[in-house]
Write a protein that binds this ligand. Structure first.
Ligand SMILES: Cc1cc2nc3c(=O)[nH]c(=O)nc-3n(C[C@H](O)[C@H](O)[C@H](O)COP(=O)(O)OP(=O)(O)OC[C@H]3O[C@@H](n4cnc5c(N)ncnc54)[C@H](O)[C@@H]3O)c2cc1C
Length: 482
């Protein structure tokens, strides 16, 4: 034991000394560069957004210019943390604690010696090269814009008001609270119709997020809620997933959609394909064909559109609001502005469709934009970007997932292990990884978080004499822009 402790102390001491030596050498290099470039103007790169695209840009800038006095880098975001969206559905289903998915922006910039400002960008003055924020104006020489996206309700005001999106930690916790509250109310509800309404949960949108959410919800209900609510029997619970296309996971290999469909149906989820949503009311949702489903919980994962701030940029926009960028990820008429991630429409050479809005695409584009921003600052020619998708992965509940890697489609435990490995490697911070691993261990023995922090009886009970509003009001992009 004493040998092991001595060994560990030597390793830890060695690591500390190595870190100090690295710091010392970096400082020496910084001083040398400062003396060499004294009096030269500083090129200011501002990155907006600490999501996947902005984070990748900052990390690449850290590799390239953290020691270079010719560059100054500032990261701006309305939140002071990076949010790991891929596991949000597990927060919504009691599998993972919300705080494990957030990583402080200041830890990220601090490791590179860059600045951070928590501020909401309200206006982009492309001519003056200036951002107006709620913390004051910020000028830039080069801007890397990665503001992401907002939930797309396709202009349905009743969905905006009543459906529950999944785009923030608050959304995820609210959805979990709603599901748990429905079980609480149903457990002592005498009216069988009302009971059925409370125990019907509808997901809208059969893309990856909708499929993962509904699979996990089925798991949450069977393994964590039903055992704790003995007055509710499994046959009273109804789970529905509505998708407008003729298959789940539209845009992916058709076999992936079939695997997801088979898996959901084996868990008694009613999947309605070729079905649109026409109305979302407090106690029911109505499909385009007039079918009424009585429910008080509609989870909306129907898609995203670009964050409204990009509406201010000059250029071409698709129906989802994404602004078109050129092969170097710049705005065609404003080469000092790069746009990456969900807010950008980037077309691979020869492709008629923009690259889909995914974390991987945002990371690769953010990295490439950072390299081009430095080239621009040094007066060097820029490099064209191309995106190569590494494949698709989707979780299908406990021990199940489907994968499409290099054109090979498979499912089962192997896909599930790969999916979990990808989550863990992409999650930031040792603390967050350890916390998620611990949460997963508890979930595997049916220990999920089933307490609700919100008591919302007025919303869930019928009140025939008065119109009621849902407690959460999501804002449509157009409203926000206004
Ligand atoms: C529930 C869910 C699950 C997902 N799962 C996956 C998955 O498994 N795999 C995958 O590849 N993709 C997944 N995605 C998609 C992926 O998360 C996005 O494609 C990715 O986050 C886009 O990165 P981004 O940098 O463009 O934007 P984001 O990561 O959304 O970051 C944008 C940042 O900009 C900030 N911001 C926005 N506007 C302003 C403003 N005006 N002022 C200041 N700051 C601002 C925001 O606060 C945010 O921090 C998922 C998305 C969701 C919602």
């Amino acid at each position: 034991l004493s040998n092991a402790v001595t060994g560990a102390l030597i390793v830890a001491g060695g690591a500390l000394v190595a870190r100090e030596v690295r710091r010392f050498r970096a400082e020496m290099r910084r001083q040398q560069l400062r003396a060499e470039f004294a009096g030269q103007p500083v090129h200011r790169i501002v990155v907006v957004g600490v999501g996947f695209g902005g984070l990748a840009a900052v990390n690449r800038l850290g590799d390239l210019v953290s020691d270079d006095p010719r560059f100054e880098v500032l990261l701006v975001d309305r939140h002071n943390y990076h949010l790991f969206y891929p596991l949000l559905y597990q927060v919504a289903t009691g599998g993972v604690e919300a705080s494990s998915l957030a990583y402080p922006a200041r830890t990220i910039v601090g490791s590179h010696g860059f600045g951070f400002l928590e501020a909401d960008v309200r206006r982009i003055d492309v001519d003056q090269k200036c951002l107006e924020t709620d913390a004051g104006p910020i000028s830039f020489d080069t801007l890397i814009l990665a503001p992401g996206s907002v939930t797309n309700f396709f202009g349905m005001s009743d969905a905006v008001e009543r459906a529950l999106p999944l785009k923030s930690l608050a959304d995820a916790e609210h959805l979990r609270n709603r599901v748990v509250e429905c079980f609480e109310l149903a457990s002592h509800e005498g009216d069988p119709n009302r009971r059925r309404t409370l125990l019907t949960f509808v997901g809208v949108g059969g893309g990856a997020t909708g499929v993962e959410l509904v699979s996990s919800l089925s798991d949450f209900i069977c393994s964590a809620l039903l055992p704790n609510y003995p007055s509710i029997v499994p046959s009273e619970v109804r789970l529905v997933l509505i998708e407008a296309h003729d298959a789940l996971l539209p845009g992916w290999d058709a076999r992936m959609g079939q695997l997801a469909l088979a898996n959901l149906r084996s868990h008694r989820v009613e999947v309605m394909l070729n079905t649109t949503v026409a109305r979302v009311q407090d106690d029911f949702v109505e499909t385009g064909s007039g079918l009424r489903i009585d429910t008080t919980t509609v989870a909306w994962t129907g898609g995203v559109r670009a964050e409204p701030i990009v509406n201010q940029l000059p250029g071409d926009r698709g129906r989802d609001g994404r602004i078109r960028v050129d092969e170097c990820l710049e705005l065609p008429d404003h080469p000092e502005i790069f746009v990456v991630g969900d807010a950008a429409a980037f077309y691979n050479p020869g492709s008629a469709r923009p690259v889909p809005p995914t974390a991987r695409a945002a990371i690769d584009a953010g990295t490439a934009a950072a390299e081009n921003a430095v080239r621009r600052g040094l007066g060097q020619p820029l490099h064209a970007f191309a995106y190569h998708s590494p494949g698709d992965l989707v979780s299908l509940g406990r021990g199940a997932a489907a994968a499409d890697l290099l054109g090979i489609v498979f499912d089962g435990l192997t896909a599930w292990i790969i999916r979990r490995g990808v989550y863990l490697t992409n999650l930031l911070g040792v603390r967050n990884r350890a916390s998620v691993l611990l949460n997963w261990s508890f979930a595997s023995i049916h220990e999920r978080f089933i307490a609700s922090f919100e008591h919302i009886p007025g919303v869930l009970r019928p009140a025939p004499t008065r119109r009621r509003r849902a407690p959460i009001r999501s804002v449509e992009p157009e409203d926000r822009a206004a």
